[in-house]
Design a protein around this ligand. Structure first.
Ligand code: UDP
Length: 419
């Protein structure tokens, strides 16, 4: 493997001209033709190569590998993410063992603050998901124990009318009650999805833990860490310098397919939007949510930082962004940043939008029903595996995407589809 413990270089490994050119003239046939160089495609290429000695050609229409995990060191020397902050966390030992092969990891418990109006309308910075401190600050309570917090929730919460919560609003009301719902969840959700929680599946709102304790971590998972040299380096370690793996960037799969220029292959691994794959059928499009980042480099904040935490959520309706990320807080910054040698700080205000690169499927009954129609077509497709967040229309976290791809690999192997 390229990765060596203690490796010091921050510089990205050089992608050669052939990779960037999108020129397929030198590419022969391959075992797997993989569309998309994100997590799902990278895992399948890596597993098929290292375990089975199979060859893959990975195509991506972007000019970089890594999909939405792509990060880089900017002109100021600060590591930042092109597609928004990514925090790795998992409860799956298999996934943790797998990712350990491709990077050193720095333990990092992600903690989020929200700027939320208290009962007098004064905005206060409180832990998200809400803790005892959040409730005390926002509602003038003096809760000190888990029992008191439990009692507060019990007083506030509204049980779902029919047992299980049927949508995001019922889910949030049954956990935290109407006051926290209004302050933290309702408007943030509207900004993020352009839908109120009642129009989304319960699962969206249930992503956030609801705690009675003082634990203010964003995720409950046992493994929470950041890759020492960023996520892109993981992809480089998985994919580059492997004679079985060929990558072509700036390559539009659909255009190549139409032109009849795709090399012959045994299996197509498709990780793009499932409705794009079937665009010719003219069925309704699935809904995806995109993000837009407004980056700003601030020369000299007083104490070197713009805000107290890496991520500050803005759940009120009076600002249109959902959160602000400040990259300098992340412990996997290059050494110069950690040693305070980089002056200034980079922030990104995050806005959600319907237009742009797809980031999120929109989980609700109408989209699920439509997705099922696409999934039925996909199930009948010979020689194609649909994998990942966009192709399976599932709101996967990074670890779930990795697990899903590993399990897809197991399944393809067991059913003889890789022979
Ligand atoms: N959410 C919210 N307020 C917050 C944080 C999250 O209402 O301060 C809701 C919102 O609907 C959001 C969902 O919880 O889309 C999941 O949040 P998460 O942070 O997991 O979203 P991601 O990081 O995947 O964008």
């Amino acid at each position: 493997p390229i990765f060596q413990a203690g490796e010091a270089s921050e510089a990205p490994l050089q992608l050669d001209g052939a990779i960037l050119s999108g020129d397929l003239s030198t590419v022969g046939s391959c075992d797997l033709l993989i569309v998309g160089a994100g997590l799902s495609g990278a895992v399948l290429a890596e597993r098929c190569s290292r375990e089975l000695g199979m060859s893959s050609l990975i195509l991506d229409k972007r000019d970089h590998i890594g999909g939405n995990c792509y990060d880089y060191v900017d002109e100021h020397g600060i590591r930042c993410s092109k597609y928004g902050a990514h925090l790795f966390h998992t409860q799956f030992e298999r996934v943790w063992d797998y990712v350990l092969q491709f990077s050193e990891w720095i333990p990092f418990d992600h903690r989020v603050k929200g700027l939320v109006p208290d009962q007098d309308g004064v905005k206060k910075l409180v832990p998200i998901p809400p803790t005892q401190e959040s409730v005390n600050t926002l509602f003038g309570e003096r809760i000190q124990t888990e029992e008191e917090m439990q009692a507060w929730y019990d007083k506030e919460r509204i049980p779902p009318p029919s047992g299980d919560p049927k949508n995001g609003e019922e889910a949030a009301l049954s956990r935290v009650g109407p006051r926290l719902f209004e302050k933290v969840f309702k408007h943030y959700t509207k900004k993020q999805w352009d839908k109120y929680p009642a129009e989304l599946d319960a699962s969206v709102l249930l992503r956030l833990p609801c705690r009675t304790s003082t634990d203010d971590r964003y995720f409950p998972d046992p493994w929470q860490a950041l890759p020492m040299r960023g996520y892109t380096r993981i992809f480089e370690n998985m994919l580059l310098n492997d004679p079985n793996i060929t990558i072509r960037l700036n390559c539009d799969f659909f255009k190549l397919k139409e032109a009849g220029s795709l090399p012959s292959h045994k299996l197509l691994v498709y990780t793009g939007q499932i409705d794009s794959y079937y665009a010719a059928l003219g069925m309704p499009k699935l809904e995806y949510r995109s993000l837009r980042f407004e980056e700003e480099f601030l020369q000299e904040p007083e104490d070197g930082f713009f805000q107290e935490a890496m991520v500050v959520n803005h759940p009120s309706p009076d600002v249109s962004f959902t959160r602000i990320v400040e990259y300098k807080h992340i412990p996997n910054q290059p050494t110069a940043v950690k040693e305070g040698k980089v002056r200034g700080t980079l922030i990104a205000r995050e806005y959600s939008s319907a237009e742009g690169e797809p980031y999120y499927p929109v989980p609700n009954p109408a989209n699920r029903e439509l997705y099922e129609k696409y999934a039925a077509l996909a199930a009948k497709e010979e020689g194609v595996a649909f994998v990942g967040r966009l192709a399976s229309y599932k709101y996967f976290n990074m670890d779930q995407a990795i697990l899903n791809a590993l399990e897809m690999f197991d399944n393809l192997k067991e059913t003889g589809k890789l022979e």
